[in-house]
Design a protein around this ligand. Structure first.
Ligand code: PBG
Length: 331
């Protein structure tokens, strides 16, 4: 008998009810944003090989998918458009076409599913023949010229019914520019979720498969952040805060949980973390091989992002998490 052991942390783990009582963090269905992929046509549900269980949907099928999610308690969606190569050009002109895939879909989703909240993507890459997030000239990604376009995209999306615009481009000054343009157009209630600390990461591979949006030359290192840096994330956060962002996002999530913690300790805005395509693919692949227990690893992963200080998680697991949570399989 070791009577000198005054502190026995195991006492607080002795049964499930006590473990639940002292549990500090949890994942709720309402914490999650579901990124979804939209493509042209009707009755399309095209699998993405590197993202098992995730599809490119035509609008009709996407509406069904979203209705199912809403039923499960997932109300917030981040749609991304997949365009055929012929629709892409240097200036991403299709992004401003009110009859184009994306803007039409935003309006239709809001009409048919008024409960759905849309976080819409502001960046050029899905529409750009160069596969970059900004306008390219002589191999350079132009900052200020791109800002004009991004502001127009944000306003067009707001007009279509977007609730939250999310610039994922990493141009300098875009939050201020977009805020001003939205306000001028009367959209003072449309929020901005800034991709604040978006790293030049190799974990975006499967997403670029999903959208056919890989850069046609070079990489994104002149605008996305260097994975080696954390001080710089504070600078980006300071700017986005000052420029009027309503949410700060860190992306990817798992290899950057320290950045999630850093921003959540230093800023009084809700922090979102994007559990990106490559993080999803890793778990799916290991589970397919029988090397990891899928549901437990999914839950532990999402929990780790909450524990690091994120209030919100963008994740391809959203629907599956909600289904299994409701069935009582998790926790
Ligand atoms: C680009 C964008 C990317 C993602 C979302 N928006 C990738 C990139 O920068 O090439 C990645 C999301 C994911 O991997 O799940 N604007």
């Amino acid at each position: 008998m070791k009577e000198y052991l005054t502190r026995r942390p195991r006492r607080n783990r002795k049964n499930e009810a006590i473990r639940n009582l002292v549990q500090e963090n949890c994942v709720q269905i309402t914490d999650l944003i579901f990124p979804v992929f939209l493509t042209e046509g009707t009755n399309q549900q095209i699998p993405i090989p590197s993202m098992p269980n995730i599809f490119r949907f035509s609008l009709d099928r996407l509406l069904e998918e979203m209705a199912e999610c809403i039923e499960l308690g997932i109300k917030v969606f981040a749609p991304f458009p997949h365009l055929v190569e012929e629709k892409k050009d240097k200036y991403g002109s299709e992004s401003l076409n009110p009859d184009g895939l994306y803007l039409r879909a935003i309006a239709e989703i809001k009409r048919q599913l008024p409960e759905a909240v849309l976080v819409t993507d502001v960046a050029l890459d899905p529409y750009s023949s160069d596969g970059h997030d900004g306008i390219v000239e002589n191999g350079q990604i132009l900052n200020d010229e791109t800002l004009e376009l991004l502001a127009k995209m944000a306003v067009a999306q707001a007009q279509a019914g977007s609730d939250i615009v999310a610039p994922s481009d990493m141009m300098d000054g875009r939050v201020a520019h977009i805020r001003q343009a939205l306000d001028k157009a009367g959209f003072t209630n449309v929020s901005i979720m800034a991709y604040t600390a978006k790293y030049a990461s190799a974990f975006y591979g499967p997403f670029r498969d999903a959208l056919d949006s890989a850069p046609k030359f070079g990489d994104k290192k002149t605008y996305q952040m260097n994975p080696a840096n954390s001080q710089e994330a504070l600078l980006e956060a300071q700017l986005d805060f000052a420029e009027g962002a309503d949410f700060l996002m860190v992306k990817p999530a798992l290899p950057y949980l320290d950045i999630v913690r850093l921003l959540s300790d230093n800023f009084h805005l809700p922090i979102a973390a994007y559990n990106v395509s490559g993080e999803y693919a890793m778990i799916k692949a290991a589970a397919e091989k029988g090397w990891l227990t899928h549901d437990k690893v999914m839950y532990e992963t999402l929990l780790s992002i909450k524990r690091a200080g994120a209030k919100i998680i963008l994740t391809y697991f959203a629907k599956e998490f909600a289904q299994k949570y409701k069935q009582g399989i998790l926790a």
